[in-house]
Design a protein around this ligand. Structure first.
Ligand SMILES: Cc1cc2nc3c(=O)[nH]c(=O)nc-3n(C[C@H](O)[C@H](O)[C@H](O)COP(=O)(O)OP(=O)(O)OC[C@H]3O[C@@H](n4cnc5c(N)ncnc54)[C@H](O)[C@@H]3O)c2cc1C
Length: 394
């Protein structure tokens, strides 16, 4: 059988992972990216053990580890005092429990590593190629781009939350504003009083808002994500410069660690957080979706990219050499939809938990006190998420 030609729309985390996975499974791969240059705005991303399992299978894990920071623990803290409400040991404990580390990496570094591996695996990456849709018949599928048409056997829509490919499959349904505004940025660790920001995945939780910090690049940078509930949103662009004064004001009166970090910060990005329900069907003939294109989620469990990475593995292993594509797509969707839906629900639930106020905050804190007393039970809750290794399943 001749190698399949896989067309991929989008060179984000999901698209690039799929490119390498397909190429390593023996397929010929062409990726279309509308941006002229593949890059990411300055901010971090967490790669949990379930994502690292795929990176290990694809050979990208050691490069990712070399550019990452491994947090000692994950903590939930009080927004005013910084007192720890819950601590979960991560670094050594996670490696022992799940077989893979939990790492923090700069998005630009992650994308550069994934791009490098995709190229080394022999894929063709075409930047400045904006896809406008696809057409197909029994013999193949064509990606329509601003630079011409490209024929292939299978077309993967890895084009993110505002997926044009999903729009062609299902009709355009705008993503919905979740009532959450986010700011994110990085600060040099040397610009912040030493030791004030813990070497953890730290989340300060307060009424209607939360604040996340973690270190990047071996501890050189501190990444933050600040989230506050709002009825209105600004643009949905990840690269819109944020208003530092508005950000500092939104978190004034918070724990000294938070305010010190924001005082040291000079630039940030701000945007509204959007989502949409998990799509009912992820494929149409020879076209198929992965990642945010079919199941965007709030970032409050740090699993959106992890799900895209797991999708990329599943899709490539099930379809690269499949004779019966519809059956393989059905299997992919049947395997992936329950997990993506569950993670989407957990992420939404975390918004309510992080932002609880009044009696709801008292109930949350009581539950966290119980969890503190039963660390094993708390750890067990994460097993289905972080302990899942899709490379062992397929
Ligand atoms: C604040 C925040 C923090 C987060 N933190 C984490 C975290 O710690 N861990 C985690 O796992 N996830 C996290 N996520 C989620 C994660 O960023 C996304 O789930 C992930 O980036 C989705 O990847 P993707 O490849 O599906 O889509 P995208 O990253 O959106 O990539 C889509 C790509 O397709 C391209 N494209 C779009 N349309 C076209 C077109 N028509 N033609 C050609 N190219 C096109 C785009 O330019 C882009 O390069 C976070 C999200 C946010 C907002």
């Amino acid at each position: 059988m001749t190698a399949k030609h896989i067309l991929i729309c989008g060179a984000g985390i999901g698209g690039l992972t799929a490119a390498t996975a397909y190429a390593k499974a023996g397929a010929r791969v062409t990726v279309f990216e509308r941006a002229e240059k593949i890059s990411e705005v300055g901010a971090g991303i967490q790669q949990s053990p379930n994502a690292m399992a795929v990176h290990a299978a694809l050979g990208t894990a050691s490069d990712i580890a070399a550019y990452s920071f491994a947090p000692d623990a994950g903590t939930l803290r009080d927004y005013k005092t910084g007192a720890v409400k819950l601590r979960t040991q991560m670094d050594v404990a996670y490696k022992a429990r799940y077989g893979h580390p939990y790492l923090h990496i700069h998005r630009a570094d992650l994308i550069a590593i994934l791009l490098n591996h995709a190229k080394r695996a022999g894929t063709t990456i075409l930047t400045g190629h904006s896809v406008s849709g696809y057409k197909q018949d029994k013999t193949g599928i064509t990606a329509l781009t601003n630079q011409g048409d490209f024929q292939g056997d299978l077309f993967v829509g890895a084009d993110g939350i505002n997926s044009l490919i999903a729009g062609q499959m299902h009709g355009e349904t705008p993503a919905r504003f979740t009532g959450q505004m986010a700011w994110r940025g990085t600060v040099k660790a040397s610009d912040v009083p030493s030791g004030i920001i813990p070497k953890e995945a730290a989340v300060w939780v307060g009424p209607g808002a939360h604040f996340v910090t973690y270190y990047l690049r071996g501890g050189e940078l501190i990444n933050f994500v600040a989230v506050k509930e709002r009825s209105k949103h600004t643009e949905e662009s990840w690269s819109k410069p944020g208003d530092m004064q508005a950000l500092q004001k939104a978190f004034s009166g918070w724990d000294a660690a938070v305010t010190a970090l924001l005082s040291a910060c000079t630039t940030c990005f701000e945007w509204g957080l959007f989502d949409r329900p998990v799509l009912p069907t992820w494929h149409d003939g020879r076209a198929v979706l992965l990642g945010d294109a079919c199941h965007p989620m709030l970032p409050f469990m740090a699993q959106g990219a992890a799900m895209a990475i797991e999708d990329a593995w599943a899709l490539s292993q099930l379809t690269a050499n499949a004779d019966d594509l519809p059956a393989a797509f059905s299997k992919y969707e049947t395997m992936r939809k329950p997990r993506a839906s569950k993670l989407q629900a957990i992420s939404t639930g975390n918004a309510a938990m992080f932002h609880a106020a009044g009696p709801a905050a008292i109930i949350r804190d009581a539950k966290l006190t119980v969890a503190r007393a039963l660390p094993l039970a708390a750890a067990l809750r994460f097993d289905p998420i972080y302990g899942y290794d899709i490379t062992k399943e397929i």
